[in-house]
Design a protein around this ligand. Structure first.
Ligand code: FAD
Length: 416
């Protein structure tokens, strides 16, 4: 409930909750179409966030928001694909060689810098962003949604608007306040991660690709190696609760133990300088009952988060932002918009493509395909498209029918 006894609410057209990638892109796209937008962000930027390996498709939305030049000029590590390693097996997918047209490259970014850059670009284009202001309550019972905002000094005010875009990420503001949360189908997994000065000397190591390594004995445990510019790297492991049993409680010791069990990573990081505390994040997979309702829509992680294995999070966040901004623009101009048919259903199509391959990763079938040496170049191009984020291109048979195609392909690879 909103607090009584507060001054008359501030009146705005659109309020965006959160200034992460989804919020910055959505707010900018609306501002570029001439709408009044206020972004309320509870933290001060730069702030840490996980999710550092981008996909090519997300640059389409960065470009749409007029931010591509700034992102290109920022000195982030270029990325042109994804590599996979399991024991002696190694394979890579190059985004320049893929089925769907679109960018053949992207970046690997420290999110503190990347998110600040996007938010600053939004502000440069006229978006008003208020930092250290947190949404603490929401009232959708009248025609105009109203939000209660708490400033860092503890004082509060209310803002009323025509539409709220919730881009609050793991804050999941409206799902919590409007009882929209739904359980995820994925088991609870936990990630341990850090940044290191990597000092990688192996000339064969490709800094232009994320490296996903499967644990030698535990196929559902995997590691990310995300090289940044200036000799630094993000390094993390993902495993479910049972895989942490009997391991050191100390996060640093635990991550190092996982790495010591994995020869290619032990070799790669033998000279690394571990200079950043290891962090842990668990239970991040989440879902909602609905992606929209009267006066609001949910973007990015505020809606649904699958799994980090294919680095799809920022791309889904930006795609949802772009779709919602386009629809909201029409609605604000007086057109009728069917948010279920025009937002939820088409957005979910690509999310479900990723879901099929995430499930296939953990049950081993997609790993069989990835590590199989004899796949045809055409099939590899179709898979490369999905790994580059083009999971909505239904001309790609592996997008149009992900489960069936993956099952058939996995069977072929297993018998080959
Ligand atoms: P966020 O980036 O989380 O931004 C939300 C913002 O809302 C935050 O700044 C927060 O402070 C603000 N906020 C929250 N609550 C409130 C409130 N009450 N009031 C005001 N503001 C509020 N994705 C990738 O693309 N590539 C990867 O390599 C990748 N790796 C990952 C690894 C792990 C272990 C995990 C868990 C996720 C990974 N992801 C990755 C996913 C990625 O982190 C998210 O999908 C992405 O950050 C979502 O962006 P967003 O804009 O929706 O939310």
């Amino acid at each position: 409930m909103l607090s009584a006894n507060l001054p008359t609410p501030e009146q705005r057209t659109v309020v965006v909750i959160g200034a992460g990638p989804a919020g910055a892109i959505a707010a900018t796209l609306l501002k570029r179409r001439g709408h009044d937008v206020l972004v309320l962000e509870r933290q001060r930027f730069p702030r840490f966030s996980i999710g550092e390996s981008l996909l090519s498709h997300c640059l389409d939305f960065v470009e749409e928001a007029g931010m591509l030049e700034a992102v290109q000029a920022a000195g982030f590590q270029p990325k042109n694909g994804a590599a996979f390693a399991w024991g002696e097996r190694y394979t890579d997918f190059d985004f320049r060689d893929k089925f769907t047209e679109g960018h053949g490259w992207t970046f690997q970014v420290q999110r503190a810098d990347f998110d600040k850059l996007l938010a600053d670009q939004a502000a440069l284009q006229g978006v008003e962003i208020r930092y250290e202001e947190e949404i603490v309550a929401a009232d959708f019972s009248s025609a105009q949604p109203a939000l209660s905002v708490r400033r860092s000094d503890g004082s509060q005010y209310q803002v009323q608007c025509r539409f709220v875009l919730d881009a609050s990420g793991y804050g999941r503001v409206l799902p919590r306040l409007l009882d929209l949360e739904a359980p995820s189908n994925f088991p609870v997994r936990q990630a341990l991660f850090t940044h290191v000065e990597d000092r990688i000397q192996d000339p064969a190591f490709d800094r232009d690709k994320i490296l996903i390594t499967t644990h030698p004995d535990l196929r559902d445990v995997w590691f990310w190696t995300i090289p940044f510019s200036q000799g630094r790297c993000s390094l993390g492991v993902v495993a479910d609760a049972t895989r942490y049993q009997g391991r050191p409680a100390d996060l640093d010791a635990c991550l190092r133990q996982f790495i010591e069990e994995t020869p290619n990573l032990t070799r790669l990081f033998q000279h690394a300088q571990w200079d950043t505390p290891v962090r842990s994040l668990g239970g991040y997979s989440a879902n909602v009952k609905s992606l929209h309702g009267p006066g609001f829509a949910l973007l990015g992680n505020a809606a649904e988060f699958l799994d980090p294995v294919f680095s799809s999070g920022v791309t889904i966040a930006m795609r949802s932002a772009s779709m919602a901004a386009g629809l909201l623009h029409r609605e604000l101009q007086g057109e009728a918009v069917d948010w279920q048919a025009e937002f939820a259903v088409p957005l979910k199509r690509g999310v479900d493509t990723f879901r099929a391959y995430v499930e296939g990763w953990y049950d081993g079938s997609f790993q069989d395909v990835i590590y199989h040496q004899g796949s045809s170049p055409d099939i590899r191009r179709m898979i490369s498209s999905i790994l580059a984020g083009y999971a909505w291109d239904t001309r790609n048979p592996y997008v149009a029918e992900p489960q069936r195609r993956l099952r058939v392909l996995a069977e072929l690879c297993a018998t080959a």
